[in-house]
Design a binder for this molecule. Structure first.
Ligand code: 9WN
Length: 438
């Protein structure tokens, strides 16, 4: 069974790999290269085709801007199956944008620090992988410097995101209260996603109006960071984004230390790391909820909802023993009742929970991978192995979907699999889960 699943996953990945040296997340629905997808996809390749793994990382990092920024989508081709595409985003408005690739002017969680380290663990030829890492690591470091120098508004080590697409958890109920503070125009545009996926599993038209409006504001100011910080109606501290940054800092520090001769960079990372960890715990941990929460900087208020991102700091060194215990307890009590697969993307006990709609409830395999490693790191082995076996069961029973219904007996559909099918990171992380001993 294990070998069969791995073979199927390899087929998914290989058929999504493109001639340009990058992998699309899913045919039709997502026809370009996405930043955090790319990192997870590289892990899958690394177990059976190391050159594709390296190519994937090399290609996305090649799209880095002169200021260290790495965009969330790189438009390698002219596909018209996705909206909004390159002509809407107009990354060339920014004076330091890549001249080689068209892209968006927003980013996604900075996964590449820990991805490089995991690639090293997986690689059989360590020397060859270390040579590759030596060539790429400064780009990842420059990306972290970009965040700390441009997006750390309060100089406390926490960096903001200015768009829900930067969070990776695009239409989470977390953002509903922010949408209420805005009144964007009703844009006329042709959605492409709903011709690939049932509309009941995707964001609404009105939600898209909000998404586009934030980009329009950023574009009016040529994607200038300081202007975005001043004017964007969406400005949020996200525990997932920040803990991924912290976790990637850890990896960069370890890798630079083993490479040697990089003291200045290591010092820079260590100093910022200290602040980031302290602020994550003091500003984003919500004691009464027993979870990390998001903070809305624009409206100066906490967003007091629990979602899968609330537990992501477990993947980093940030949580103290007490915080880690409290996170595991909340996850088990609210998200882990019998009859439910772990881990729903939004609090299943909350009225805003929707088991079928995108980030408003379904289980996502990349989040499960982060949570699995986080729980294990902090010694919660039972919960960790439940997340792993739930992930494998969901994929085995339903296929390589983008997201899954967390209800074990699902009254609404024959399959628990939703969104895009033959989805790359689902396949890649299944391989990494099954080959974990490496
Ligand atoms: C917008 C590619 C991406 C993921 C995101 C996921 C979804 C895009 C969309 O697909 O977002 O970036 O059009 O819905 O939410 O996490 O990286 O797989």
């Amino acid at each position: 069974m294990k070998e069969q699943m791995i073979d199927k996953a390899i087929q998914v990945l290989d058929s999504n790999f493109q001639d340009g040296g990058f992998t699309i997340p899913s045919k039709g629905l997502y026809p370009f290269q996405w930043k955090w997808d790319s990192g997870f996809i590289a892990l899958g390749f690394a177990h059976y085709d190391i050159s594709k793994a390296k190519k994937e990382v090399e290609t996305i990092l090649d799209a880095q801007w002169e200021n260290g920024f790495i965009p969330h989508i790189v438009f390698h081709n002219d596909s018209d199956t996705y909206f909004p595409g390159p002509n809407f985003h107009e990354s060339n408005l920014h004076p330091l944008a890549s001249k080689k690739y068209r892209s968006t002017g927003m980013t996604q969680p900075p996964v590449f620090g820990f991805i490089l380290e995991r690639l090293y663990e997986i690689a059989k030829d360590k020397e060859d992988m270390m040579n590759f890492i030596k060539k790429q690591i400064d780009k990842v470091y420059e990306n972290h410097v970009y965040f700390y120098e441009n997006r750390d508004l309060n100089n406390d080590g926490l960096v903001y995101i200015y768009h829900n697409w930067e969070s990776g958890t695009d239409n989470s109920p977390l953002w509903d209260d922010i949408w209420e503070t805005m009144n964007p125009p009703e844009y006329t545009f042709e959605r492409r996603d709903t011709s690939h996926v049932d509309a009941s599993q995707r964001p609404s038209k009105r939600e898209y109006d909000h998404y586009l409006y934030i980009i329009e504001i950023a574009k009016e100011h040529n994607y200038h960071d300081a202007k975005i910080a001043e004017l964007s109606p969406f400005l949020v501290l996200d525990p997932l984004f920040n803990s991924v940054l912290i976790r990637s800092n850890e990896s960069l520090i370890r890798l630079y230390e083993s490479i040697g001769n990089n003291e200045e960079k290591v010092d820079y990372l260590k100093q910022h790391q200290l602040k980031s960890v302290q602020s994550l715990n003091s500003k984003l941990f919500h004691k009464d909820l027993g979870a990390y929460v998001h903070f809305d900087l624009r409206n100066n208020r906490q967003i007091p909802y629990i979602c899968s991102s609330s537990f992501a700091p477990l993947y980093s060194s940030a949580p103290t023993r007490l915080i880690a215990e409290s996170l595991a307890k909340t996850m088990l009590e609210k998200f882990g009742d019998a009859g439910r697969y772990l881990c729903a993307s939004f609090d299943p006990t909350h009225e805003k929970f929707n088991p079928k709609k995108y980030w408003r409830g379904p289980v996502w395999i990349n989040m499960n991978w982060i949570l699995y490693h986080g729980l294990k790191r902090h010694g919660f082995y039972d919960l960790a192995s439940r997340i792993k076996s739930d992930s494998l069961e969901l994929i085995e029973k339903n296929g390589f979907f983008e997201y899954f219904d967390s209800r074990q007996s699902n009254p609404d559909a024959d399959s628990n699999g939703y969104g895009g099918n033959n989805f790359s990171w689902t396949a890649a992380l299944l391989i990494d889960f099954l080959k974990e001993e490496v």
